[in-house]
Design a protein around this ligand. Structure first.
Ligand code: C2E
Ligand code: CA
Ligand code: CA
Length: 403
């Protein structure tokens, strides 16, 4: 079992090496607690740990131990007065004891890479296909390197709707990769890669620039659009390694877009893993008049804590709360509570992933302000987006017909 801590470097950089050392000790203690007789936990170096799980009787057994380790490691800890949460990823390779130990180690490493790629905080079990997918990933990584220069990175816009006035109030910018052989790729296939190689910084800048230029041209080409919002997603790595506040300041000056139109969407996990930087960047953005939206709200494990700690303007209820809302009374109770809470704090509440009319009706009754989802429109290229919203703004017609 190979264990790797996510973003350990950030801890060293932001809290100092003594805090980093302390963290490693806490991790080691927690690891030992999860072990059984016969297991051997070791630190390989840096933030990499491994366990020889001799007590495991089967792959499932090893998987269960790994999940327990992840769970333990994800508990908050206090380092020098700062509460932090560290994520980790685990790769497992199983051997009957006859394989070359070096091969088992390599396979567990490949599985670890797979786990990280699948999104942090995962366990992956090695299987031979992973060799192939490791090769594929490598090739995708190489292709991604030149994708921006070749003009393959594009931005789609998904309308955000106000049901009260039946108008499109703006859009969320969503990155796409027009891959030469694989067609249009959604961010899920390459954002992880871009994060791990660092190219997310450049790609993120490109998306911000493209989106703001588009938003500026909408404001000019269509009266009423001056106030339409443009929502941008910012990932953890971007927040850490790019001066997002300065980049946005320059872009706003260059494009002339009113900062009040810009909404920056961050997820709870981004805040969680970058609390210090996030605090500072969010402060700077809000000082400029840019609004902050807490994305995927309700999926983190300390949502309420974040509402208290960070100054935000809006919450975006995660799609998982909207799916099947009509048939799930418990979900409805949760969503109602989230909306009531948001309102009590003076926040705007946006629902995403709205796919049915019933979901839209329910959310509206519960007091949700804005809506986004396939019911209204899928993400689309800029040209289509303008056409989608022009009628309402020019002629006062209904912008969105709900089928
Ligand atoms: P997100 O911020 O939660 O974005 C919403 C995702 O939900 C989009 O997926 C959108 O297409 C999808 N969606 C919207 N309405 C519905 C619906 O009714 N049903 C279903 N099933 N899905 C719906 P997409 O475009 O694949 O983006 C996935 C994620 O990638 C985004 O999740 C966001 O976290 C990330 N992302 C997208 N663009 C960027 C970007 O420019 N920068 C960064 N850092 N991340 C981005
Ligand atoms: Ca988003
Ligand atoms: Ca979201």
């Amino acid at each position: 079992m190979m264990i790797d801590l996510d973003d350990f470097k950030n801890i060293n950089d932001s809290l100092g090496h003594p805090a980093g050392d302390e963290l490693l000790r806490v991790v080691a203690d927690r690891l030992v607690e999860c072990m059984r007789e016969g297991d051997t936990p070791v630190r390989l170096g840096g933030d990499e740990f491994a366990v020889i799980l001799e007590s495991a009787r089967s792959a499932e057994d090893a998987d269960a131990v790994a999940k327990r380790v992840l769970e333990q490691l994800s508990q908050p800890m206090t380092l020098r007065g700062t509460e932090i949460v560290i994520g980790s990823s685990i790769g497992i390779a199983v051997s009957d004891g006859t394989a070359d130990p070096a091969d088992v180690e390599r396979d567990a490493d490949i599985a670890l890479y797979d786990a990280k790629f699948a999104g942090k905080g995962q366990v992956a079990m090695f299987h031979t296909d992973m060799h192939d997918s490791a090769v594929q990933r490598l090739s995708l990584t190489n292709q991604l390197r030149g994708a921006l220069d070749r003009g393959e990175i594009t931005v789609s816009y998904q309308p955000i709707v106000d049901l009260g006035s039946m108008a499109v109030v703006g859009a969320e910018a969503l990155v796409r990769w027009q891959h030469p052989t694989r067609g249009e790729l959604a961010p899920g296939t390459f954002i992880g890669l871009a994060e791990s190689t660092g190219s997310i910084v450049e790609i993120g800048r490109f998306v911000m620039e493209r989106a703001l230029r588009d938003a500026a041209s909408w404001a000019l080409s269509c009266p009423g659009h001056e106030r339409s919002r443009i929502a941008l997603n910012i990932s953890g790595r971007q927040l850490q390694s790019d001066d997002v506040a300065a980049v946005l300041r320059d872009l706003l000056a260059e494009t002339g877009v009113d900062p009040q139109r810009v909404v920056v969407e961050v997820t709870e996990s981004v805040l969680m893993q970058n609390a210090e930087t996030a605090h500072q960047v969010i402060g700077e953005l809000r000082n400029r008049g840019i609004r902050i939206s807490l994305d995927d709200f309700g999926t983190g494990f300390s949502s309420l804590g974040y509402l208290n700690r960070f100054s935000i303007d809006e919450i975006k209820i995660d799609r998982s709360f909207v799916v099947n809302l009509e048939n799930d009374a418990k979900k409805r109770a949760l969503v109602q509570a989230i909306i009531t809470l948001g309102k009590a704090l003076g926040l705007k509440v946006v629902a995403e992933g709205v796919e049915t009319q019933t979901q839209a009706d329910l959310l509206e009754q519960m007091g949700c302000d804005l809506f986004q989802g396939f019911l209204f429109a899928r993400p689309m290229p800029a040209e289509q987006f303008i056409a989608f919203r022009l009628p309402a703004i020019n002629c006062g017609e209904t912008a969105v017909r709900i089928q």
